[in-house]
Design a protein around this ligand. Structure first.
Ligand code: HEM
Length: 140
């Protein structure tokens, strides 16, 4: 069980490296003016997104596997898990949204400013803080 939980955390951390860095590249893309720079940043987002997606899948698989050791328990004292799973669903939607954004940039269809992406970039930070506090402190 501890091995499975360890790999759950390894893949969660790796996934978050991408969730923090990809929107940061969007900030640079939204400010880029030179064609060579636009091309290079577009290549970076495509490669990063394609790398992040299977990592996210592994984080989720190992999370579900860890939960299986608890017989998928969701009863009394596990309200934190209900909230965590809701936040995980939100994180998956955020990941998919990043996929749409990188494809929009590739098609030259971005309409948002770099300031918008700076705010967007902070969302996974807040989700990570909430999930770690829920899982470690288990306040509910
Ligand atoms: C399908 C999605 C997921 C499921 C079913 C899941 C399930 C679990 C379970 C059952 C545990 C063990 C809890 C315990 O021993 O008290 C755990 C640990 C943990 N999970 Fe997840 N998880 C998922 C996704 C995530 C995500 C996306 C994050 C980060 C945002 C995350 C962060 C953590 C952390 C930090 C721990 C460590 C808790 C400890 O040290 O005991 N999990 N997960």
């Amino acid at each position: 069980m501890l091995w499975v939980k360890a790999f759950h955390l390894i893949f969660v951390i790796s996934w978050f490296a991408g969730l923090f860095y990809l929107p940061r590249i969007f900030v640079n893309q939204a400010m880029a003016t030179q064609p060579a720079e636009i091309e290079r940043l577009g290549l970076m987002t495509r490669k990063l997104y394609r790398f992040m997606t299977p990592i996210a899948g592994l984080a989720l698989i190992f999370g579900i596997w860890t939960w299986a050791y608890y017989d998928f328990y969701l009863g009394p004292g596990w309200v934190w898990m209900h909230i965590k799973l809701t936040l995980v669903a939100f994180l998956i939607a955020y990941h998919a949204w990043c996929g749409k954004i990188y494809r929009d940039f590739a098609a030259g269809k971005n309409t948002r400013s770099h300031v918008w992406y700076r705010v967007f970039n902070e969302i996974p930070v807040l989700v990570l803080m909430a999930v770690v506090i829920l899982v470690i402190v288990k306040p509910f």
